[in-house]
Ligand binder design. Sequence first.
Ligand SMILES: C[S@@+](CC[C@H](N)C(=O)[O-])C[C@H]1O[C@@H](n2cnc3c(N)ncnc32)[C@H](O)[C@@H]1O
Length: 297
Amino acid sequence: MELSKQEFDLLRKYIHDICGLAISENKSYLIRQRLEPLAMRAGCKTFSQFHQLIQQNALPKVQEHIINAITTNETAFFRDGHPFEAFKAYILPKLGKMIRDRKARVTPRKGPKVRLWSAGASSGQEAYSLSMLIHEHVAANRHLLMSDADFGILATDISSQMLSKALAGEYTDAEIRRGISPDRLTRYFKKERAHWTISSTIRSMVEFRQVNLIRPFVMLGGFDVIFCRNVLIYFDLDTKTRIISQFFNMLSDEGFLILGATENVYGITDKFDSVYHGPTLFYRKQQTCGVLKLKNS
Ligand SMILES: C[S@@+](CC[C@H](N)C(=O)[O-])C[C@H]1O[C@@H](n2cnc3c(N)ncnc32)[C@H](O)[C@@H]1O
């Protein structure tokens, strides 16, 4: 199906409005390839017809189908390796200390004592990598009297398709080969027909929710660790700024923000300190800067 410049502009504006993805001028093929099957299924002969039906709300769940089709959901267990090594070696012991301090309070809060968030979690591998590391850390440090339940992990994505897959916790051989060691495969996965199912111990440590990062999300509460890796690259500066300012306000004073290898807060805010652990860059709140407000809010 042909995609004229005008159709491209209408559809990419619609996509930007519903999920924030900024599709550049030279990426018309993305819309053509990913939306053509949806347009054809709706009986459209042109993208203009498709856009018209979208505007008229004439297609059930079309927004959800478009989001599922247009988002890029590339992920892997322990993706890039070193951020997870740094999480294990540097952040986990600090979370252990936070847990002990918070339990020692006169009125300790109920439920998890520290909260982690995988924002833009795709099919769950990032969140499950964290829960495996936490489970192993707890088991290796019995004397510290922590339990898996002291760690609350929230994993969110905009794609309903990815969230269903994450919730099912079922992965193909190829997905397992990307990051799961033979030892972890034996411990945490069971082969069921064509896929590997993650153990209920690891799965039950993660709560999955649908969250659109371009809408306000501070109501999710406070976090001690936010992983938002390989998500901001798809957004324009305004959207990134709104997201980062909410992360800042939600992060505890001792918390950690971890972005993807090609992402940073440069040009967005100078209210974070950069901390390197080996090749891994974390952001931590500067202790004197209070609440980060958007210029025009
Ligand atoms: C490339 S994946 C990254 C997955 C994982 N964080 C990693 O690094 O392996 C990007 C994810 O961001 C999600 N995403 C895109 N736009 C979003 C939005 N507006 N709100 C929430 N998630 C979004 C996509 O659905 C996709 O699953």
